[in-house]
Ligand binder design. Structure first.
Ligand SMILES: C[S@@+](CC[C@H](N)C(=O)[O-])C[C@H]1O[C@@H](n2cnc3c(N)ncnc32)[C@H](O)[C@@H]1O
Length: 452
């Protein structure tokens, strides 16, 4: 562990020049306060945070510490996350009785966040789950045959891809479970079951468990869907019990008043101007994860109508996008793009598109925050084609263009094992450890802007 300091920028230097920004970052030391190294997996997956794995997922402790630092006293605070992912920020806010809002372009993110933020009365849930499994008992007893009403629901449009990832017995069983889920009338229960279904797809498929990226594991013996489903639903039920006991009464009975989420682009938040107290978020990373690919098991089963090729273009940081003409304001960003152009024009274009998209996000962040409100962006730097991609520095400069004053830069080590540490030198994409020759995201930054 390295030296502890949190860089709080001088109040005098309200607007930092590109050189001052680069210099501040050089002076910022790692703060061990923000690594949360001592927290056990049961603490980092407490409450509903155990519901679903998600690439680059926050740990709740990080969100809680930022809320502790900036939301002082009691109040009907409003917390926003425009890249909500698996909804860590929003679930932390709801647990404290705050208003929570956010967006994500990913269907799966919308499902997970909704379920993670919606406490269900534990007795109702227990009864519903018992009935659910009673209706599937024939799957465990080979002497019982299923009737037409249990016919598997297998999305025909994606059959080829489903067959690529799953063995035929698993497809049949998953289809039967999904049919039963779709028949559930209570929306909260149905979504709870769907979230469980989505989580187990990786375990029940040929997907290499240790990989976030779509990779076949030829030697894998996938778990039987019903066994995986039962095991995970029990874990989710324990999480729901704890969440139910944590969320204030007034909030759990009026969750729709407290929670506003939408599957839509981050540059369009479903909230009013000047209404948010704090935004805690982590943006996508440029040309690293293709989120649409990473979530494809869920998409092929639960969102059969989605055209994956078009869908990919909606993601910020994707390589599937071509933006046409755009104006990048950040000088640090322009210099990075210039360096990249010397070695890889396409990658330079993708990085420029990412910086411009993020510039627009900071404008939207400014619109929704109250005066003096903070935006906290978690972001890592990396190297592509030998060029340092100083995302955090570009974010700080861009935030200033969106009328933020930089409040704090925190450098933290990433304890999460989900984040890969290497990139493939040719493609720049994350690679399995050992396969790559460049180091990515061993540390990351939390850059905090204050709306002026
Ligand atoms: C680093 S992840 C967020 C993880 C989150 N902090 C959590 O705890 O799970 C970034 C998210 O940005 C989302 N994203 C990418 N492009 C987007 C866009 N155009 N609008 C909204 N969300 C987008 C991705 O789907 C992904 O969920």
């Amino acid at each position: 562990m390295q030296i502890v300091t949190v860089e709080k920028l001088s109040k005098k230097s309200k607007i930092l020049s590109p050189d001052q920004i680069l210099d501040s970052f050089k002076r910022t030391k790692i703060s061990s306060d923000w690594s949360f190294e001592g927290f056990s997996p049961s603490q980092t997956s407490k409450l509903t945070h155990c519901y679903h794995r998600y690439p680059a997922k926050f740990i709740p402790q990080l969100v809680e510490k930022l809320m502790d630092d900036y939301l002082v006293g009691y109040g009907h605070f409003h917390v926003n996350d425009l890249f909500m992912g698996s909804g860590t920020t929003l679930a932390c806010a709801i647990a404290r009785g705050y208003f929570a809002s956010g967006t994500d372009i990913n269907y799966n993110a919308e499902l997970i966040t909704k379920v993670k933020c919606t406490p269900i009365e534990p007795f109702l849930l227990k009864n519903k789950i018992t009935k659910f499994f009673n209706g599937l008992s024939f799957l465990e007893d080979s002497s019982l045959f299923y009737s037409n009403k249990h016919k598997p629901y297998i999305p025909k449009t994606n059959l080829e891809r489903i067959e690529y990832w799953f063995e035929s017995e698993a497809i049949e069983e998953l289809g039967i479970i999904l049919r039963r889920i779709n028949n559930e009338k209570d929306e909260n229960i149905r979504l709870f079951l769907k979230c469980c279904f989505s989580h187990i797809l990786k375990t029940c498929s040929r997907w290499l468990m240790s990989s976030t990226k779509p990779t076949i594991d030829k030697d894998k013996k996938p778990t039987k869907p019903l066994i995986a489903f039962k095991k995970h639903i029990k874990r989710m039920m324990r999480g729901n019990d704890a969440f139910w006991n944590t969320v204030p009464e007034s909030v759990k009975h009026n969750i729709n008043k407290y929670l506003t989420i939408k599957r839509q682009d981050a540059r369009r938040q479903p909230v009013d101007d000047n209404s948010v107290d704090i935004q805690i978020t982590s943006s996508p990373y440029v040309t690293s994860y293709e989120y649409a690919d990473l979530h494809q098991l869920t998409t092929i089963w639960l969102e059969p109508g989605v055209d994956l090729k078009e869908y990919k273009k909606e993601f910020i940081g994707t390589s599937a996008k071509s933006n046409g003409t755009r104006v990048l304001k950040s000088q640090i960003g322009k210099d990075i793009v210039g360096e990249l152009q010397k070695v890889d024009m396409k990658m330079a274009d993708e990085v420029e598109a990412f910086f411009v998209d993020m510039q627009e996000c900071f404008n939207e962040t400014h619109r929704i925050l109250k005066g003096g409100g903070r935006c906290c962006y978690v972001i890592g730097n990396t190297k592509l084609r030998g060029v340092e991609i100083l995302n955090a520095e570009v974010f700080v400069e861009s935030m200033q263009y969106s009328r933020f004053e930089i409040d704090r830069i925190i450098k933290r080590e990433i304890p999460s094992k989900i984040l890969p540490t290497n990139r493939d030198a040719k493609t720049g994409r994350f690679a399995a450890n050992g396969d790559a020759d460049s180091f990515a995201y061993p540390t990351e930054y939390i850059v905090i802007g204050r709306k002026i």
